[in-house]
Write a protein of this length. Structure first.
Length: 414
């Protein structure tokens, strides 16, 4: 998961960002919910494709005849595909019309998930997962910016929150459902189900989502300039380390729970996590306009408390569920918080800052898969929550001290 570089300016500064009011002021404008829900479904598919192996690691490992740490690299290779291609592909396709590009990206998911489902060779599975990551790089170059351009200026934050709701829905419903389906009918059926959903989504996008032109050559992202903008670097640091911490545990959650003797409850734990994530994104969507800083601090603290519970009291089944709820409550709104923070900090360079956030997010996803696999082999799964807790300390510190730029007490657009 990541966010979009297709946001050419901060909210309210892009003349193409929103439709004009008809017959009245801004208060008469409404969100195009059907189109936004199509984008939310696209986010759901990209997020679920990325994280689905987390609930299916033991079954995939047995079927592909590799270790669970090796199977965990199916998450890593996906993230590598996105990290390596997000910026160059975004630049190469910047002039494409947006609807054409979105349809192309989602078709890539249909192909990649189908190959994953039918492959019996680990190498081919990894290639398919890399292709899925490339498709994600294209999709994440569009989605948040696409949502912003559909909405009137005063509703752009809510439009992005609706589109990004696909992430917690994937975590709350998709991964548990995929885990249950994989357990009942086999993990291949779970991936084939993703293909079927993607085909339906292609038709939905074609019928309901409006088209927009691509960027003119002079509007395209300039990365180094964005890094010099005050506030961008702190947000990018928080993105890299926060996502790394989350992924180390989440990518191997099935293995972690199995080692606790809760392997049969993986789908329920993920359901609790995801349901709390839905609550989180609702709170963030309602409060982000005025409380971005405090919400970001609260998110990091909640995930840290969850990690501490799992590190110290994981032998108590009830507290594992409490930790999952706190983790979801902290994590659910993080994508919206960070994409909004980097967009605010970037100003006129918001598009370039968003492109770098896409890349760093997926570098962190890849790093989490690799580091988690190493920790699993060397120190065991009980090292995961301690590592998460250690990584979150600098995250909290940076958010607290980036008071003037990055995570200011008052948003520039507020």
């Amino acid at each position: 998961m990541s966010t979009s570089p297709d946001t050419a300016a901060a909210p309210g500064t892009d003349s193409r960002a929103a439709p004009r009011a008809k017959g009245g002021g801004e208060e008469q404008q409404k969100l195009p919910l059907l189109a936004l829900l199509a984008l939310a479904t696209a986010v759901f598919i990209t997020s679920l494709t990325e994280t689905l192996p987390a609930g299916l690691l033991p079954a995939m490992s047995d079927d592909l005849h590799v270790s669970e740490s090796a199977t965990g690299q199916t998450v890593t290779i996906y993230a590598i595909g996105t990290a390596l291609t997000a910026i160059p592909l975004t630049a190469a396709t910047a002039g494409w019309r947006r609807k054409r590009l979105l349809l192309t990206a989602m078709a890539g998911f249909a192909v990649a998930n189908t190959i994953t489902a039918v492959s019996s060779a680990y190498g081919l599975t990894m290639v398919a997962r890399f292709v899925a990551g490339v498709a994600a790089g294209l999709a994440w170059a569009l989605l948040a910016g696409y949502a912003r351009r559909m909405a009137p200026v005063h509703l752009q934050g809510k439009a992005i929150a609706v589109a990004m709701a696909g992430i917690p829905v994937a975590l709350s419903l998709g991964v548990p459902a995929g885990t249950f389906l994989g357990t009942a009918l086999g993990w291949r059926v779970a991936f084939l189900s993703m293909t079927a959903l993607t085909v339906l989504l292609l038709l939905w996008i074609f019928v309901t989502v409006p088209d927009y032109p691509g960027q003119e050559r002079g509007e395209r992202p300039k990365m180094l300039r964005a890094l010099r903008v005050p506030g961008v670097s702190p947000v990018l640091f928080v993105t890299l380390v926060f996502v790394l911490a989350h992924t180390i545990l989440y990518a191997y959650i099935a293995t972690f729970l199995d080692d606790l003797g809760m392997g049969g409850n993986t789908d329920l734990v993920l359901l609790v996590f995801g349901a709390a994530s839905l609550v989180s994104i609702w709170i963030v969507g309602a409060q982000i306009h005025h409380r971005l800083r405090s919400l970001t601090i609260a998110s990091a603290l909640l995930v840290a408390v969850a990690a501490a519970l799992l590190a110290v009291l994981a032998d108590n089944t009830a507290l594992v569920y409490v930790a999952a709820a706190l983790w979801g409550l902290g994590w659910g709104g993080v994508p919206t918080l960070l994409q909004t923070a980097v967009g605010d900090a970037g100003g006129d360079s918001a598009d370039a800052a968003q492109a770098m956030l896409v890349t760093l997010w997926n570098v962190a996803m890849a790093g989490g898969g690799v580091i988690g696999g190493i920790l699993l082999d060397v120190a065991g799964s009980d090292s995961f929550p301690w590592t998460v807790l250690l990584l979150l300390l600098p995250v909290i510190a940076v958010v607290v001290f980036a008071r003037s730029h990055g995570f200011p007490a008052k948003r520039p657009a507020a």
